[in-house]
Design a protein around this ligand. Structure first.
Ligand code: 13P
Length: 342
C-alpha cells in the first residue's frame, strides 16, 4: 500500500552526501551521558538539548533524517513549535526508535535480545500520524568467550525481521540495525566472522518475513578489531574488511547502509566511512553513509553542558561534525578539514 512512498523515503534517507542523526537515546542513555557532564537529568534539559541540536542552522544540508525517541517526538521548542515541524521545515525526515531496548537473553547470561514487538502495529500508526516516516530497531550482538551463540543471532534477526514487516505494513521505512559490539579484545578477523554470520542470518529472516529490500535501510556496525585488541588496524583495512563483508551479505536492492559509530572516536568514525567511499567510489550497489549518535553529538553535548549561553557554540560543533561526515559519505573528507575553523 505504501510501496512508492517507502521507496522514495528510503532513497531520500541515503541521498548523496546526506546521513542520519541518531538522537533517539532512551531516558537511561541520555541521562547517563548528561550525568557524566554534570547536566541535570530532567525532562526539560533533555528537551532543551534536543532543541539545540534540531535548530542548528544548515544541518538540513547534511542530515536526511533524525531518529527521535518517544519522549522527543512529542516535544516542542520553547516557543511551542513541535520538533517534527522544526525538522520537516529544515528538509529533514523525522524517524522514531521503536525497540524497547536489549534485555538479558534467557539462559545465556552474557547475551541480550531486543524487545518491543508487543503492540507495535498500534505504536507505528500513532507515530506515522505524528509525522514519522522511518523507524529504527537495534539488535546487539556481543563478541566474547564462546559468544555470540547461534541462538542469540537467530532470535535477534527474527525480531528485526518482524519489526521490519510491521513497519512496511504501516508506512515506515525500517532501519534494520544489527550492531556487533566493538567491546572486547577480539581481532579484525573475528569481527568479520561475526558480522558475516549475523548479516547473513538477518537477510535470511528478512526474506522469510517478506521484507521488500528496496524499502529498508541497513544500519551496520563496521568490521573493526575490539577496542581492547592490541592489534589495531588502519582506516584502509577497516574499510576493505567492512566493504568485503557487506558485498558478501547485503543484496544490491538495499538502497543504502548507514553505519552506527559504536564508540569509535569522532574522527575515526568519519575517516573509516570516508575510506570506504574513497576506495570503492562508483563500485558499490548501495550508498554508504552515517547514522551516528555519539560520533555526531559528543562534541556538541560537551560544549553545551546544559547552559543557554553555549547553544551557539554547541550548534557549531554539531555543524562541523555533520559537515565532515557529509564529506565522508562522498569520499571527500580529509583530516585537514578538522583544523579549519568552523
Ligand atoms: P552510536 O553512533 O553512538 O553507536 O549510536 C547509533 C545508534 O543509533 C545506536 O543505536
Amino acid at each position: 500500500m505504501y510501496t512508492e512512498e517507502l521507496k522514495a523515503t528510503a532513497k531520500a534517507m541515503v541521498a548523496p552526501g546526506k546521513g542520519i542523526l541518531a538522537a533517539d537515546e532512551s531516558y537511561g542513555t541520555a541521562n547517563k551521558r548528561f550525568q557524566k557532564l554534570g547536566i541535570p537529568t530532567t525532562e526539560e534539559m533533555r528537551r532543551a538539548y534536543r532543541e539545540m541540536l534540531f535548530t542548528a542552522s544548515g544541518i538540513g544540508n547534511f542530515f536526511s533524517g533524525v531518529i527521535l525517541f518517544d519522549e522527543t517526538i512529542r516535544q516542542s521548542t520553547k516557543d511551542g513549535v513541535p520538533f517534527t515541524k522544526v525538522l520537516m521545515d529544515a528538509g529533514i525526515i523525522p524517524g522514531i526508535k521503536l525497540d524497547a531496548g536489549a534485555k538479558p537473553l534467557a539462559k545465556s547470561p552474557n547475551e541480550v535480545v531486543t524487545e518491543g514487538l508487543d503492540g507495535l502495529r498500534d505504536r507505528i500508526k500513532e507515530y506515522y500520524d505524528m509525522g514519522a516516516r522511518f523507524a529504527k530497531w537495534r539488535a546487539v550482538i556481543t563478541i566474547g568467550d564462546g559468544i555470540p551463540s547461534r541462538r542469540c543471532i537467530e532470535v535477534n534477526a527474527h525480531a528485526l525481521a518482524r519489526y521490519a514487516a510491521l513497519c512496511q505494513e504501516g508506512g515506515l521505512v525500517p532501519i534494520v540495525e544489527p550492531e556487533v559490539l566493538m567491546d572486547g579484545d577480539h581481532t579484525l578477523e573475528r569481527s568479520y566472522e561475526v558480522h558475516q554470520e549475523t548479516l547473513k542470518t538477518v537477510f535470511y529472516e528478512l526474506h522469510r518475513q517478506g521484507i521488500d529490500l528496496d524499502q529498508m535501510i541497513l544500519k551496520p556496525s563496521m568490521v573493526i578489531p575490539g577496542e581492547n585488541s592490541p592489534n589495531q588496524v588502519s582506516a584502509e583495512e577497516v574499510a576493505r574488511a567492512t566493504v568485503k563483508c557487506l558485498l558478501d551479505c547485503v543484496p544490491a536492492s538495499v538502497p543504502g547502509c548507514a553505519f552506527l559509530s559504536g564508540g569509535q572516536s569522532d574522527e575515526d568514525a568519519t575517516a573509516h566511512l570516508n575510506a570506504m567511499n574513497q576506495l570503492f567510489k562508483g563500485q558499490l550497489p548501495w550508498h554508504l553513509t552515517f547514522s551516528y549518535g555519539r560520533a555526531l553529538q559528543q562534541a556538541a553535548m560537551q560544549t553545551w553542558g546544559g547552559r543557554d549561553e553555549n547553544v551557539a557554540a554547541a550548534q557549531k560543533a554539531l555543524y562541523h561534525r555533520a559537515k565532515c561526515n557529509s564529506a565522508a559519505a562522498l569520499g571527500e573528507y580529509s583530516r585537514d578539514m578538522e583544523a579549519i575553523a568552523v
